[in-house]
Design a protein around this ligand. Structure first.
Ligand SMILES: O=C(O)CCC(=O)C(=O)O
Ligand SMILES: [Fe+2]
Length: 284
């Protein structure tokens, strides 16, 4: 019998699905992302890192907007297999928090976590998808993560931060009865937890992956992750990053910003796809 991939996700904090995004759709999407970059004068790594801060903000807003509104981008993001994997992971229909693409990697993104408190378990469900938009070679700042760190290191750091900060203790105590405190706890506690990460990891435990165009890493943002050194001076590296959650988690979190919805997959499609999911998620 096949091992349940959700067990892997739960213990390791990630799972990889090979070859789920169609290459022709990726190519069309990349053309649009390139055109958007060009409108902001971003044509390579150098022009990206030297963007003035206000332009950089506007550039990021436009990038998010493209992923929100553009029909082609939405087709790629709301890939049926991707949604189906997430639905199985959450036990609920996934909704998108954000999506963006990046074509160049400035390099050396330090070891970090993007949440300290949520996990794929309701009501704080969250998962990120790191989608390779080209074959990612070893020189170009590959994504890495530390398997299982959401279960080992993170609870320790969280407990330390709570112990060191009485006001967070109070919020944490009230969390079970008043889940809306999650957002306060997150915005005040997460930077403190995150600041401890680089000094507390064992660099030898970093695992990076050979990713080909169309492959997707699903990962819990409470797993320690970052990018390895980018040795390619041009910094070419094409990736799309999405964050997913559930309606329940969204409501519980107290977020006010909008999320991006997509009608749910029909039952007939579900059945048709169950087999495909099993193949991509288990077979390597
Ligand atoms: O660009 C990268 O590979 C880093 C991605 C990352 O940190 C994230 O998706 O949370
Ligand atoms: Fe991250």
């Amino acid at each position: 019998m096949q091992k349940d991939w959700r067990e892997d996700f739960s213990t390791q904090g990630y799972v990889i699905c090979k070859n789920i995004l169609p290459p022709d759709l990726i190519d069309e999407h990349l053309k649009q992302v390139l055109a958007l970059c060009a409108r902001f004068g971003v044509v390579d790594l150098e022009s990206l890192v030297s963007l003035p801060i206000e332009t950089d903000d506007a550039f990021m807003a436009a990038m998010l907007d493209l992923h929100y509104r553009n029909e082609l981008a939405r087709k790629l993001i709301f890939n049926r297999i991707m949604r189906r994997v997430l639905a199985e992971l959450f036990g609920a229909e996934p909704i998108l928090s954000f999506a963006r693409s990046s074509l160049w990697e400035p390099g050396n993104m330090r070891a970090h976590v993007d949440t300290a408190f949520r996990s794929p378990d309701a009501p704080y469900s969250v998962c990120r998808t790191w989608c390779a938009l080209e074959n990612i070679d070893a020189e170009s700042g590959r994504f890495y993560l530390i398997p299982g760190s959401h279960r080992t290191l993170m609870p320790r750091l969280y407990d330390e931060v709570i112990a060191e900060n009485p006001e967070l203790q109070e919020l944490s105590r009230k969390l079970a009865d008043e889940p809306e405190n999650w957002w306060r706890l997150f915005s005040r506690g997460w930077p403190k937890v995150n600041a401890k990460v680089p000094d507390r990891i064992d660099g030898n435990q970093k695992v990076s992956f050979e990713m080909n165009k169309g492959d997707v890493i699903f990962f819990n943002p409470a797993v320690v992750h970052g990018t390895v050194d980018c040795l390619d001076p041009k910094g070419d590296r094409k990736v799309m990053i999405c964050e997913w959650t559930t309606r329940e988690a969204w409501n519980a979190s107290g977020f006010s910003r909008p999320f991006y919805e997509e009608p749910s997959v029909s039952d007939a499609e579900d059945l048709e796809e169950a087999d495909v999911i099993a193949r991509v998620a288990f077979g390597r």
